[in-house]
Each structure stands twice: as C-alpha cells, then as structure tokens.
Write a protein that binds this ligand. Structure first.
Ligand code: NDP
Length: 486
C-alpha cells in the first residue's frame, strides 16, 4: 500500500507544522484518478508574516555556526531522505503523477544529492588573502545574504525544494519556500526532515499559496534573495519585482531547446536521447530538447525507430512500477498541450505518432511526434511543456546552428554525432546554459544548471550556486601609518 498523501498541516514554520484554515483551500487532485487526495490552505497574511519572522529570527544564529556544523545537518538530512526514499517517491508521484519508476531514482535521490553536496561544501566557504604593498593586505569573507525565498514549479517539487534550500542553507541563509499550488505536498517533508536532522527552528520554512503569496514574499523588504523555478512570463514579473528593491535573484525558467542529430549519429543512442529529451516526466521538463533537428540522411530511419520505441511505452497508473509514462500533472495542463497539438495539425505539420487524449480517468495523453515541422510554426517556437516532440529536417552544420539559436530561449541543447570535433564545435556555438554531447537531460549536482537569454539568470547546483547564495566582503587592513594630503 502506498503512503497516505495527506499532510499533517498546510505549512511548516519555525520547526513545526502550522495550520490556518482561514486561507483559501487548495485541493490536491490525483493526476491518475482525478480524485481529491489532500487539501491545504493558502497562506494568509498572518502565515506569511509568521514565516518571514521565523526565518528572520533564525538567520543570524544559523549563519554564526561553522560551515562544518551547518553541513553536518544538511548531510544528515540527505541520509534521512535516502532512508525514506520510497515514501518520498510515492509522495512525489501523488503530487505530480510522474511514474514511481522515475521518482524512485530521480527526485528524493537528487534532492539528497544536493543536501549532501552543499553540506560537504559548507565547511570550505572561506575568503581570500590579498597582499598589498608595505605589508598591507586585504582579506575577503563570504557572507550569507539573509532570508531567501524559493518559489517552485510543479514538475519537480522535491528536487526544486532541495536545489534551492541546500545551497541557501549551506551559505548561512534561511529560507521561506513556496511550492507550486499544484504540488504542495513534497516540500513539507523536506522541512520536516531538516528539523529531524537538527536544523534549528525557522531555518527552512514552507508556506502554501498561489502567485499572490509568491508576490508578497518577493516584495517583502526583509527578503534578500528570490530564487524562482517557473515560466518565462512569471520570471519577468518576479525579476522586476525583486529589482525594485535590488534583491538578488536566480531565475530557472522555460525553454525550447534544440537537439541536433547528425547523419553519423548512433541511431539507437540518438533515439534514446530524443526519448529522454521529450517524454521523461511526460514531457514536463524545462530543459527538454523539443526541437529535434535531424539531418536528412538519417531522418527516415530515426522517425521509424522512434515510433517503434514509443510503442514500448507502458502508459498507466504511475504507482505501478511497470509504468514508464504517466499522466500530465493537471487536466488544465493537458488541455494546453492538446491545444498545441491542434495548432501543429492546423499549421501543416505531420502527426507521425500519438496526438490524442487517452480516454480514462486522469490526465492521460499519448506521447506525440510531429514531423515536417518548420521553424516558424508555433509548435517549434513556444514551450509546450508536455510530451510533444517536433522533428525538423536539416542539411548543413552551419544552417542547423543558426536555426537552433533562432529562439528567445537558451536553457539547454544537445548534439548526437560520432565526429568528436564537430560535436564540440556545434556545442560551442549553441547559445544555451546546459548542453549535452551524445546524451540528454542529465543534471548531476556537481555541474552548473541554468539558462542563457530568456531562460534564466544565475545557476543552480555546483560550486557556482554558492556565488548566488552569498556575498563577498572585502576588508583592507593597513599595517602602516595613514598618509593624508593635509
Ligand atoms: P509558473 O511560472 O506558473 O509558476 C512558478 C512559481 O511561481 C509557482 O510557485 C507560482 O505560483 C509562482 N508565481 C506565479 N506568479 C507569481 C508572481 N507574480 N510572484 C511570485 N510568484 C509567482 O510555472 P509552472 O509552475 O507552471 O512551471 C512550469 C514552468 O517552469 C515551465 O515554463 C518550465 O520550463 C519551468 N521550469 C524551469 C526549470 C528550470 O530549472 N529552468 C525547471 C522546471 C520548470 P502558483 O503556480 O502556485 O500560482
């Protein structure tokens, strides 16, 4: 029997679950059955105030611990997450509808990786010694920013809560995290686990709500930094609001990334890459390579093999570990995707696979492939955020680079070829933050992750994330008498 998804209460503040039923109810609907499986309440102004106060009051003492002490707590939390992986994976599946087959290996595990990695780094966050003439010197220290706000998208609720929380806490910040109102359950567990691991009350708080709660957090003067994972339109709003008070930001936004497959690519690997780049998590991945540029010589074989491989997708109950392709997160999101499929047909693209809703309870839709897609079609320009792959034909390397870059987005990009020099040449020319050669969509915590152009600002993961959750103080120390002009 899977776990009971109902949370203890809606919010987690100051080291404990907190309820305020005066907030607007938010129903959690199963993506698989369409049934209501839990309910939380949106944060009232009193809850927002309580969370910001708790985070503010906890911050100085948390930052005053040594990095090693903070890191020990984060690493303990990682161990607890791994020990509770099945329970957390089931909750992620309830929250999102993603197959348990995926969540068992991709969500709590990658959240634990972030806690372990940044826990390990915390003790080594030191400054520099910079010698000056006459024995003077400058030293630098790396300081926390203060209270950070995390705003999450619905596709990776556990991972996003950890990818933001782990570096923030490692650097001595405290956090108020607001998950997407679509997936409110998982982040509460992260807060609970951090408390169990020894995090002092108020260090990591979770409150629920829609965009208005996110906006209230973003504009509060006590908040030093806002880290958003979401769409480009939301990113523009949140970035602008944060800029008004000169707050730090990290923006992990959407994409329409190119995946380029040359004639000499290993066919089976290229098809596997395209599947990972379009159908994992039912296509609800920001870095997906949804514009699949296929060179003319391999195009026919590629499309044939891709469709054969899609026949092997096991579509069904995401709690069944045999299922490899689950429902979409909400019926509204599924309807948006269906709308794009209709646009693709109307624009003259060829529907090569799928394209239909699956008639059963829940938000099921077939994995879908369009061929004969041209650069100007809406399905080649806008982020669909669902399982829709567009095949675009190309002939020359220079042509495909120009077409791949002809987009406002710049999150990810990939190339499949056996020509090593070409692989590096093409990737060097792709204007995107997270790139792949002969694979796709891997995001290890040790590597920076994030977008160029409209896809974002800043990077998550790796040592680079430390720069985005801390600030540097530089102190000039004189060892000599002070010379003044008069
Ligand atoms: P949204 O942009 O709709 O929402 C993101 C978060 O911001 C939600 O918690 C949302 O609240 C909140 N929010 C909305 N409006 C405001 C506002 N004015 N001020 C503050 N907060 C606000 O994204 P989705 O949840 O629909 O997620 C899908 C998008 O996320 C896709 O574009 C995808 O590409 C992107 N994404 C990017 C990733 C990356 O790392 N680059 C990774 C995963 C997804 P609520 O929705 O509850 O109202």
């Amino acid at each position: 029997m899977p776990i009971d998804p109902k949370p203890t209460a809606s919010h987690y503040i100051g080291g404990e679950y907190v309820e305020d039923t005066a907030g607007t109810p938010i129903d959690v609907i199963s993506a698989h059955s369409g049934e209501k499986i839990a309910q939380v309440h949106s944060a009232t102004p009193a809850i927002i105030e309580r969370a910001l106060t708790a985070a503010g009051e906890a911050q100085a003492a948390w930052a005053a611990l040594t990095g090693t002490e903070r890191g020990r707590i984060l690493r303990r939390a990682a161990d607890i997450m791994r020990a509770r992986n099945r329970e957390l994976s089931e909750l992620e599946t309830y929250d999102t509808g993603k197959p348990l087959q995926e969540t068992l290996v991709a969500d709590a595990t990658s959240g634990a990786d972030a806690l372990e990695y940044f826990g390990g780094l915390a003790g080594s966050l030191t400054g520099e010694y910079i010698p000056q003439p006459g024995g003077d010197f400058v030293y630098t220290s790396r300081e926390a920013l203060g209270v950070c706000v995390g705003l999450g998208a619905w596709n990776y609720p556990t991972q996003i809560a950890c990818w933001k929380g782990a570096p923030a806490l490692a650097c001595g910040n405290t956090m108020v995290f607001k998950p997407s109102e679509t997936t409110p359950l998982c982040a509460l567990k992260i807060a609970e686990i951090l408390t169990e691991a020894g995090a002092p009350a108020g260090v990591y708080n979770v409150i629920q709500g829609l965009g208005d709660v996110g906006a209230a957090l973003t504009t509060d003067p006590r908040v030093a930094k806002v880290s958003l994972t979401g769409s480009v339109p939301t990113g523009r709003k949140v970035y602008a609001a944060a800029a008004a008070e000169m707050k730090h930001v990290t923006m992990e936004l959407g994409g329409k990334s190119p995946l380029v497959i040359f004639d000499d690519a290993d066919l089976e690997n290229a098809v596997s890459g395209a599947i990972l780049a379009n159908f994992y998590s039912t296509g609800q991945v920001c870095s997906n390579g949804t514009r699949v540029f296929v060179q003319k010589g391999i195009r026919e074989a590629f499309v044939k093999r891709l469709c054969e491989r899609l026949d092997a997708a096991v579509i069904g109950d995401p709690m069944d570990e045999a299922t490899s392709f689950g429902p979409m997160v909400t019926s509204a999101q599924r309807d948006i995707v269906l709308g794009y499929i209709e646009k693709g047909k109307a624009e003259g693209a060829t529907l090569a696979y799928g394209g239909k809703i699956i008639i059963r309870p829940g938000n099921y839709i077939q994995p879908t492939v369009f061929t004969d897609v041209t650069d100007d079609m809406i399905i080649a320009r806008e982020e669909i955020f669902g399982p829709v792959l567009a095949v675009l034909d190309f002939e020359e390397e220079a042509e495909v680079i120009a077409r791949a870059n002809d987009t406002e987005f710049g999150l990810a990009g990939g190339v499949f070829t056996q020509d090593l020099t070409r692989a590096h040449r093409v990737i060097a020319a792709i204007k995107a933050g997270s790139c792949y050669i002969n694979t796709y969509n891997l995001a290890p915590v040790e590597a920076p992750f994030g977008g160029m152009k409209a896809s974002g600002v800043g990077r998550e993961n790796s040592k680079t994330a430390i720069e985005h959750y801390s600030q540097v103080k530089s102190v000039y120390v004189s060892m000599n008498d002070v010379e003044a002009p008069f």
